[in-house]
Design a protein around this ligand. Structure first.
Ligand code: 5RP
Length: 232
């Protein structure tokens, strides 16, 4: 079974947690895309939901599938957000942001009563950090911000290259909010809680891809089927 099959399984199982009439946050990435497609099939049969997308990409797909969309301005409180992750640990601390949507993803998840993470089995780790940590940074003064990021990271035992993400044309990648992303190849993050707080105090940092105390449940697709992981 491929990783994508596992993602699809997790996304399908997530439908069991969606009730008719719910206000939902819709994540970004390939796993979230499976969920949006499954949800689109249910909506086509008359299932009622209203959703806040976490990216322009997810909004486009949901619109194509006829899923009713709203905004946080119109619907500030959501029942549930379902989204993918790049890594998660036993405490359900997440690294997110490979898709460049971490800021909207965090805003939408924290506007929700619950967040469910859907992943393939490879995303579960003992220690976060093998996957690069994304940090969203305002373009103004970004080199200075990156220097502060390196210094703060080192204080939290995180060494490794920090590089500005480029798009497929070699131009700086821009998020939906027109910010840059810096990817931090730390290898290991010994103190995710401390690092997340300290990074967000740097002027110019909008947010980082560590989601701490936000996810309530992970649905993990694996070779033997899906299993649920709650924070320990
Ligand atoms: C996007 C994200 C994604 O949820 C994360 O990158 C997982 O992606 P995928 O489901 O494609 O493996 O955080 O910003």
């Amino acid at each position: 079974m491929t990783a994508d099959d596992q993602k699809k399984q997790a996304a399908r199982r997530a439908l069991d947690f969606i009730e008719d009439g719910m206000k939902l946050g819709l994540g970004t990435g390939s796993t979230a895309e499976h969920l949006v497609r499954f949800l689109g099939e249910k909506v086509a049969t008359g299932f009622k939901v209203v959703c806040v997308p976490t990216s322009d990409r997810t909004a486009k797909l949901a619109t194509e599938l006829g899923i009713p969309l709203t905004t946080l301005a119109e619907t500030p409180h959501l029942d549930l957000t379902i989204d993918g992750a790049d890594e998660f640990d036993a405490a359900l601390r997440l690294i997110k942001g490979a898709g460049g949507a971490l800021l909207r993803e965090k805003i939408v998840a924290t506007a929700s009563d619950r967040m469910i993470v859907i992943t393939d089995a490879s995303k579960q780790v003992d220690l976060l950090g093998a996957f690069p940590l994304s940090v969203e940074v305002i373009p103004f003064g970004c080199d200075t911000t990156a220097t502060h990021l390196k210094r703060i990271a080192a204080e939290y035992g995180c060494l490794g290259e920090i590089s500005r993400r480029a798009d497929e044309y070699g131009e700086p990648f821009l998020t939906d909010s027109e910010n840059f992303i810096y990817d931090c190849q730390f290898g290991r993050i010994p103190d995710p809680d401390g690092l997340a707080k300290a990074m967000n105090l740097i002027p110019g940092v909008v947010d980082n891809g560590l989601f701490i105390g936000i996810a309530n449940l992970a649905i993990v697709g694996g070779p033997e089927g899906t299993h649920l992981v709650e924070p320990e």
